[in-house]
Design a protein around this ligand. Structure first.
Ligand code: UTP
Length: 220
């Protein structure tokens, strides 16, 4: 199977955690083609805030964020013996590398979105069978659970419903949206089966064994 895994920077963690992700990824890559996209996490947010305070425009802030996501990609690739250590800058490079490697790690690409969208676009580009979105929450909720007491976790939904939920959440300032709207739109148009789940390393292995975890997004 061809699988794209989006690993949010905030869940990557310390050396021990990165090693755990690396072990799971390396193991899965014996049977599957894996494409991993790393996020920027806290460091990206801190550096972006600093750059903004220094007068950087939003595109420059995004470019700083991308550099951090690429550093995280280098860290993860360092821990995966079988992954190339050169971090591809675009999908063409990813495709070339994937001819010789069963696992390729990359960060962000260009300004204007987050690595969730990069990963969704990559999933579309390589015609992935599955898009795994590893996040800090255990799935997609009907509303922000921190704000609304009525919020419930959605077990299964269509891509159009995902777009609706994400779009509604994005309109609330400061909301912690589970996925960026562009990523949701890409999933909607490409109809790639997507799972949003709490991104612990063992959950990745469980999902690949067929266990039902998180929110499954599938076109009807
Ligand atoms: P992230 O994907 O880490 O964003 O990219 P995030 O929303 O903070 O995700 P989590 O919290 O780690 O899951 C960090 C920043 O890098 C820029 C954006 O500014 C983004 O907010 N970026 C990233 C891009 O502009 N383009 C990309 O392709 C990737």
């Amino acid at each position: 199977m061809k699988v794209v895994l989006s690993l949010g920077g905030s869940i990557l963690g310390d050396e021990r955690k990165i090693k755990e992700y690396a072990a799971v990824i390396e193991n899965l890559s014996k049977e599957h083609k894996l494409f991993v996209v790393t996020g920027g996490g806290k460091l990206a947010r801190e550096l972006i805030a600093k750059a903004r305070a220094l007068g950087a425009n939003e595109t420059l802030c995004d470019m700083i964020g991308i550099e951090v996501t690429r550093i995280n990609a280098m860290l993860l690739a360092s821990a995966i013996k079988t992954a190339p250590k050169v971090i591809p800058k675009d999908f063409g490079e990813v495709e070339s590398l994937s001819k010789n490697y069963n696992v390729v790690v990359m960060g962000g690409t260009f300004p204007g979105h987050t690595t969730d969208a990069t990963a969704a676009l990559l999933a579309e580009y390589v015609s992935a069978d599955l898009f795994l979105n590893a996040t800090s929450v255990d799935g997609v909720y009907s509303a922000d659970p921190k704000v609304s007491r009525d919020a419930v976790k959605i077990e299964k939904m269509t891509p159009s419903k995902l777009v609706e939920v994400v779009a509604k959440a994005e309109m609330v300032a400061g909301a912690n949206v589970v996925m960026d709207l562009l990523a949701a739109k890409i999933i909607e148009r490409s109809k790639i089966k997507t799972i949003v789940f709490k991104g612990d390393p063992e959950n990745i292995a469980k999902i690949m064994r067929g266990e039902k975890i998180g929110t499954i997004i599938e076109a009807p």
